[in-house]
Each structure stands twice: as C-alpha cells, then as structure tokens.
Design a protein around this ligand. Structure first.
Ligand code: DC
Length: 224
C-alpha cells in the first residue's frame, strides 16, 4: 500500500527537476532527484582525487551514499544542493554514470528512497532511467523532451549564463550523447511512458498536464 509513485525522465535542461518539484507540491507528496546521488559520487571523486575512469574507486564511494527526499548523505555527511550543482560536477556526474558498477550500487539506494517515500504517502522521482530501470512499476511514467536549442536557453537562463549560450549548448550536447549512448541503462522513454515535448509548452502547462494525469491514475487505482 502507500501513495502514488510517479517517474519523470528526460535529458539535461528538459525541466525535469523544477517540474517534479512543483508536481510533488501540488499532489502533497515528496520529490526525489536521483541525479543528486550521481552528482554526489562525482563531487566526492573530485574531492578525493579519484579519476572518473576508475570504476573501482567510484564504486567504493557509491557504496557510502544514501538518498532521501531531503538530499544525499555520504558517509553520514549531508551534501548541499549548491555543491552538487557546480558546473564541473555536472560533467563528471555524467561520466561517472556510464559505469555499470556504479549504477548497480546506486540502484537499490534509489529504490529504497522511493519505497520509503511511497510508504510515507507517495513520491515524484526524477532522473534518466526511472521509468525503465529504477521503478518499472511506477503508477505514472512521464518522459520530458525539448529541442536542444530550447534546453540550452533554459539552462543558460537558470544559471545566469545567457552570454555563454554556445558553451551551455555544447555542454548539453556532450551530456546528451553520453547519457543516451551509454550501454548501461541509457536515457530513453519506457514503452509505457507519456512523452511530452515541452519545446513550445510553458512550465504551468507541463505541470498541470502531469498533475491531471497523476490524479486520474491515483483516482482509478483507489477506486479499484
Ligand atoms: O539530472 P541531473 O542533471 O542532476 O543528473 C546528473 C547526471 O547523473 C546525468 O548527466 C546522468 C546521471 N543520471 C543517471 O545516469 N541516471 C539517473 N537516474 C539520474 C542521473
């Protein structure tokens, strides 16, 4: 039993995290950003001088990660969102996430966080492989996409880098390539996901659409 589980996947800059946060708020459930745990592995690797190609070293770090709706804990220490979102961490996180050994260790970490949140009332869980691998049994799966140009524009705006649009676009394209072409759990929509191209949609429209879908799903499962 428990509440609804919603999976939201999509590429960098698709609006996943802000959409997930707002949908969760409207439904009165928590939101979990699974990218945080990959980012945390990247951050600690940078701090401890572990190379992003050193799978064994990265796995050792991943084993000490805990994920909760409030954030990530490494070896008992909470890591702040600010640290996790430094630009150099984003690039290393996508490199770290290609290793199947790292993904294997982080899989139960993400499932545990989602399961606890579901028991406590429900969750919106966002990432790259939530609908396909982490929570294939999610009640609702959404895949958010948008054109590269629009995603670069949103990212640049969000991080105050409007004057460096070319650089932001390049970084996004690099991450897209790594995230979609990796062998282990690549970024792609689950066969039963609702795919939303948000290029020409406003934030409110996207949030409203997902919230309505979620209400419909939880209404029908509660009724049955
Ligand atoms: O969503 P984000 O930008 O915080 O994610 C950072 C990186 O982590 C992303 O480039 C790929 C990886 N990631 C992943 O491989 N699987 C997930 N479920 C979430 C993130």
């Amino acid at each position: 039993m428990g509440g609804i589980l919603i999976a939201i996947d999509g590429p960098a800059g698709s609006g996943k995290s802000s959409v997930a946060r707002e949908v969760a708020r409207r439904l009165g459930v928590v939101d979990i950003s699974t990218g945080a745990v990959y980012r945390a592995v990247a951050l600690v690797a940078l701090e401890e001088g572990v190379d992003h190609a050193d799978e064994e070293g990265l796995v050792r770090i991943a084993r000490k990660m805990e994920l909760a709706p409030g954030g990530v804990r490494y070896d008992g220490r909470w890591i702040s969102g600010e640290e996790l979102h430094a630009p150099e961490v984003s690039g290393v996180a996508s490199r770290v996430s290609v290793h199947s050994g790292v993904r294997e260790v982080l899989l139960p970490v993400q499932r545990r966080a989602a399961e606890e949140a579901r028991r406590a009332g429900g969750a919106v869980v966002e990432g790259r492989d939530i609908g396909t691998v982490v929570l294939p049994e999610a009640d609702l799966k959404v895949f958010l996409s948008a054109s590269t140009e629009e995603r670069a524009r949103r990212r640049a705006l969000q991080s105050g880098m409007e004057s460096e649009l070319d650089e932001v676009r390049r970084a996004i394209m690099l991450r897209d390539r790594r995230d979609t072409e990796r062998e282990s759990a690549p970024l792609r929509p689950a066969p039963d996901a609702v795919v939303l191209d948000t290029t020409d949609m406003g934030f409110e429209e996207v949030v409203e659409k997902i919230t309505a879908l979620a209400r419909r799903r939880s209404g029908s499962s509660a009724g049955g």
